[in-house]
Design a protein around this ligand. Sequence first.
Ligand code: CMC
Length: 432
Amino acid sequence: MSTTASLKIEDKEYPLPIMIGTEGEKAVDTRALRAASGYIAYDQGYGNTGSCESQITYLDGDNGILRHRGYPIDQLAHYSEFVEIAYLVIYGELPNATQRRDFGLLLRRNAAVEMQMQKILEGFPTSASPMAMLAAMVAALPAYYPELASNNFEKDLKSFDLAAAIAISKIRTIVAMIYRYQKGLPFVFPKYDLPFCDNFLHMMYTIPYQEYQPVPEVTKALNLLLLLHADHEQNCSTSTVRMVGSSQANLFTSISAGISALSGPLHGGANVAVMQMLQSIHDEGDDGSRFIAAAKSGSKTNRLMGFGHAVYRNFDPRAKIIGDACDTVLTRLGIDDPLLKIAKNLEQAALKDDYFVSRRLYPNVDFYSGIIMRAIGIPMNMFTTMFAIGRAPGYIANWKEVASNPKGRIYRPRQIYVGPVKRDYVPMSQRP
Ligand code: CMC
C-alpha cells in the first residue's frame, strides 16, 4: 500500500504522508501542507479530522464497533464492572488481583470531600444546574490539591495515580452531595468498606436512621450504566479535555472543562432531553408520531432525541446493551415504566421510517440510559452528572496521553476568516 498521497493545487503536487492505525484506519497527514502550499485543511466541526493518535478506544461507527484497549464493549459489559474498566481505560491493561485491590483502595481512601469544599457547594442556589455545580466543584480541586495540579506535565505525571483516583472517586461523591443538597438532606459521608457503586448509592439514599441497604440489581444496573460511558474516543467533551490539557493545564482543570462541554443537549445533556420527550409523549397520550413528524422537518431544535450520532452510522453498540438491560432491570425491580414502552414504540416507528433509515439514524446510548437511571431513583436533572461519573476514566486517560506525549503540541486549529476586509476607524460623530 502507498505510504504517500498527493494533492494537486494549481498544477503543483504536494506529497502528503499516509498514516495507518492498528485497526487499518487511514489518514492523510496534512500537518506540513500549509507551510508547503499556503493552504489549510478545512473541516468545520472536525468531522473528518484526526486530532491525535490514541491507544485508548477504537470506534468503527459504520459497523457499530466499540472497543476499549482492544476489548469489545459487549464483553466488558458482560464480564466486568466499572472500577475494573476505569483501570483498563486509564492504564491500558486489565488489572491483576493486586492491581485491582490497590486501585480500589486508592479510590476508597480518596472518596471524601473536604469540609471547606462542602461550603463551596452550599454557596450555590439549591435550584442551580447540577452540571454547573459539578464543573465548578471539579474546577476547585486544584485549589485543594495544588501539589497534584502544578500545570507542569512532568510534575503532574509524577502524582498522576493519586490525582486520577481523586478525580474518579470525588466526582462520584460530589454528584451524591449535589443530590442531597438539592433535596435539603444532610450530606452522607462515604463508607470505607463499600465498593464504588454501593458507596455512591449509600451517599445518595441513606436517610436519617435508615442506612441504605445495597440491592444487587441496582448495583449491577449502576455499574453497567457507568462502564458503558467510560470512554468514547474523541467526542466533544473528551476533545475539550485534550484541548485544555494541551496547554499544560492540570488534570482537574481539564476534566472540569470536559464536564462543561458534556452539559450541552447534543452531547451529555441528551439523556435529559430524551426523558423530557418521552414524558411529554406520555403526558399528551400521544403515540410519538408528532415527535417523529417534527423531527423530520430538519430543524435542529426538533430532533428525535437519543437518535443519531456524530460517528455511528449503525446501532450504537452501547444502546443495544442498555436497551436489553432496561427490560432485565425493570423486571427484577418490579417496575412497570410506561416510558419504556413508549421508547420501544418510538424506536420501532423510527426504524421503519424512511427519513431515519436513509440517514442511518439509530438509537444512541442516551435513548435508554434515562430509563435505567429513573429506575434506580436518579432524578432527571442529575442524569448528565451520572454520565460525567462514568466518563471520568476516559477524560483521565486522554489527559494522560496528552501529558505523556513528548511530541505533543498545544491544540491550535486555524480558521478561514470571512469577516470584513481591512477598513479604517470611523469616529463616533461620523457613524450612521
Ligand atoms: N432527529 C432528526 N434528524 C436528525 C437527527 C435526529 N436525532 N440526528 C441527525 N438528523 C439529521 C440531520 O438533520 C441531517 O439531516 P440532513 O441530511 O437532511 O441535513 C442528517 O440526519 C445527518 O445528520 P448527522 O450529520 O449525522 O448529524 P450530526 O453529526 O450533525 O449530529 C448528533 C449528530 C448526535 C448531534 C445528532 O444526531 C443529534 O442531534 N441527535 C439528537 C441528540 C442526541 O441524541 N445526542 C446524543 C449523542 S450520543 C451521546 C454522546 O456520545 O454524546
